[in-house]
Design a protein around this ligand. Structure first.
Ligand SMILES: [Zn+2]
Ligand SMILES: [Zn+2]
Length: 112
């Protein structure tokens, strides 16, 4: 089995290709956090995030997908890991700003 330099197997990449294509057809090419807009030239920097962080959960209606730019996506995962590791104690640390681009996510997490 072949894998790329991130250790991802070709079957993983194939699967990612599948939902990415669907998500890009379904949603406008805009980052869900910083509202950066994308076009065919830089679309590679727009990634598909899984709202429940389960990459195997790919419902056909796209409800588990969110389009995020590379930077916001990265932040999203850092935040998620903090959340998992430290629970609600990180909430204060994460959301101090008046303009908080991650307010939506906090609401989503609170809803669960
Ligand atoms: Zn972004
Ligand atoms: Zn993600």
């Amino acid at each position: 089995m072949t894998s790329d330099n991130l250790g991802r197997t070709s079957s993983y990449l194939q699967k990612e290709q599948g939902y990415r294509e669907k998500a890009l057809k379904m949603y406008p090419w805009i980052c869900g956090r910083c509202a950066r807009e994308f076009n065919s030239k830089n679309i590679r920097e727009l990634t598909v995030h899984h709202r429940d962080h389960n990459h195997d959960n790919n419902p056909a209606d796209g409800s588990n997908w969110e389009l995020l730019c590379l930077y916001c996506h990265d932040h999203e995962h850092t935040k998620f890991h903090e959340h998992v590791l430290y629970g609600s104690t990180t909430e204060k640390k994460i959301a101090p700003a008046t303009h908080n681009p991650f307010a939506d996510l906090k609401n989503l997490l609170d809803k669960k």
